[in-house]
Design a protein around this ligand. Structure first.
Ligand code: MSP
Length: 520
């Protein structure tokens, strides 16, 4: 069903020093909703995710746990990071690990290419480094430590002391790309999104760029620099390359030209790596820059970015075990404006689950289907005369389809869901006003009853198609109960309001069952 255009979307690759929390799952879900949507719009959509396994952070964690870094990474990938994809129902097309041979070999090719083209030189790095961020720091990035670190300068993000490095390193001539980057942001205003993130990146680059140290020589857990095996590649330089090595760079030209360039979804904390360093690397290698880089906000707990290092991490399964993966996906995509920070609370999750998913959508589906069973023996009526109210529902179906598609094109996932929810709300109001249970009492109203039930079934089918990328499990059940033809993800989402219905409904279990005990 592909119409040929490709939509290659990526998540960041995750550090395997620790297990995932809901902030990581949030990135995964956003990218997955977009991938599923584009796939269902007939595009050749490709979702890549994976793990970032080199560098000092992983090395230290492994050493502290008495295993080799590769053993540690294998353990975390198998027991935590791949299972996360099941937990929140991610349909990824590939999973790359930076320890994969396809990555290591082709990352080296890329580096050699830059070296041969004169973009790399030998230098000396003297300055600060935060192992938590795996990032070289300027004095202005540091703040005064508190508690046990009083009197020391600490990383503003991790609140732990930075390290002073003095190493012979290889440097990438990033400074020479500042003007080309500024021209890129100028000529292609959608390249960095949202707008606030774009402005920040532009003013950062306008201050001038330094060259970037791209190798480390004081430890050896990384990809060897191809012309000097006493150095390993700086972990961010290595990690960013995953987006091209997974897409075939250096080993599958056909795949690479089919997929590249990508849309990158990243947290705002790592936007600069993606919007400055990464396009500079690609420009140096004469490879097209990404299609766009979108920096989403943080999930906050108690007003601060949720993180394991600050002991505020919540495991995704804590939510999905009680509410299910659909509710997880819906809640985070609906409640937080994509691109802005959002505070997580159990109360808000629970309230939205009850009012929007269980009462708003789930009940609507159960009631309509139960009425078709009761009043029409399960047969979906085929009326020919419609009232103005029925036509209004039809118009809302079309409007929701168009508005949601338009919002997704802007990566405004929350707006897409809000547009679809207008149909949920209108259908609920329609049922209340039309009172099919009252119409059913008098055979003289039969034609009207049939038009109402048909209209409601049509609306539900449209909702199933439109909500499939967000709540794939519930919509698949609904689709089956509506007697929809084929697999739901194969039904074109950009024509959701024109889906062709089944002939019979079958009983539907509660899509979002009542949750008895609140968790906390
Ligand atoms: N390994 C790097 C990325 C390399 S990409 C070439 C990395 N990994 S990470 O595991 O620390 O973070 C991965 C993603 O999770 C980032 O996009 C980060 O913003 C996101 N999040 C981590 N905590 C988060 C929240 N509390 N809220 C939302 N997203 C969060 O950085």
């Amino acid at each position: 069903m592909s119409d040929g255009s490709s939509f290659y979307i990526t998540t960041p690759i995750f550090y395997v020093n620790d297990v995932p929390h809901i902030g990581h799952a949030y990135t995964e879900v956003a990218a997955d909703v977009l991938a599923r949507w584009h796939r269902q719009a007939g595009e050749d959509a490709w979702l890549l995710t994976g793990t970032d396994e080199h560098g000092q952070k992983i090395l230290r964690t492994a050493t502290a746990n008495g295993v080799t870094p590769k053993e540690w990474a294998d353990r975390l990938v198998e027991t935590a990071w791949k299972p996360l994809l099941q937990t929140v129902d991610i349909q990824n097309d590939d999973f790359i690990r930076t320890t994969d041979e396809r990555h290591e070999v082709n990352a080296q090719k890329f580096l050699q290419h830059l070296y041969d083209a004169g973009h790399i030189y030998t230098g000396e790095y003297e300055g600060f480094y935060c192992v938590g961020c795996e990032e070289y720091k300027q004095p202005s990035d540091l703040i005064d430590g508190t508690g046990e670190f009083v009197g020391q300068q600490v990383c503003a993000i991790h609140s732990i002391p930075v390290e002073l490095l003095h190493e012979k390193n290889y440097f990438f001539r990033m400074s020479t790309f500042a003007d080309r980057l500024l021209a890129l942001y100028e000529d292609n205003p959608d390249f960095v999104q949202p707008a606030a993130a774009r402005n920040e990146v532009i003013s950062f680059v306008k201050q001038g760029l330094s060259d970037l140290s791209i190798s480390r020589s004081s430890f050896d857990w990384g990809i060897k620099v191809p012309w000097d095996d006493s150095h390993v590649v700086y972990v961010w330089f290595d990690a960013l390359l995953n987006y091209v090595t997974a897409a075939g760079y250096g080993h599958d030209d056909e795949k690479f030209s089919r997929l590249w360039p990508a849309t990158h979804i990243v947290g705002k904390d790592i936007l600069r790596f993606h919007a400055v360093i990464w396009p500079a690397m690609l420009l140096a290698a004469d490879i097209e820059v990404p299609r766009r880089v979108f920096g989403h906000g943080w999930l906050l707990v108690g007003g601060e970015k949720m993180s394991k290092s600050k002991l505020t991490g919540i495991a995704p399964s804590q939510i999905t075990d009680t509410f299910g993966s659909d509710a997880f996906r819906y809640y985070f995509m609906r409640a937080i404006s994509f691109g802005q920070d959002g505070s997580f609370s159990w109360e808000d999750l629970s309230a939205r689950y009850q009012s929007e998913l269980a009462n708003g959508f789930g009940n609507l589906a159960s009631r309509v289907i139960a009425m078709v069973v009761r009043y029409c023996d399960g047969e979906i009526p085929t009326p020919t005369v419609f009232s103005e109210d029925d036509e209004l529902i039809r118009a809302t179906e079309k409007r929701a389809t168009d508005a949601a598609g338009e919002a997704i094109a802007r990566l405004a996932i929350h707006e897409a869901i809000a547009a679809i929810w207008e149909l949920v709300d209108e259908l609920n109001g329609y049922i209340t006003i039309q009172e099919p249970w009252a119409l059913a009492k008098d055979p003289a109203n039969r034609a009207r009853l049939e038009a109402v039930l048909f209209t409601a079934v049509r609306g539900l089918g449209t909702l199933a198609v439109l909500l499939s990328p967000v709540v794939p499990q519930a919509t698949a059940k609904l689709w089956q109960a509506l007697g929809g033809t084929g697999e739901l993800p194969d039904v074109r989402i950009d024509q959701a309001w024109q889906w062709t219905g089944g002939t019979h409904v079958s009983p539907l279990e509660a899509l979002f069952p009542r949750i008895e005990a609140m968790v906390g």
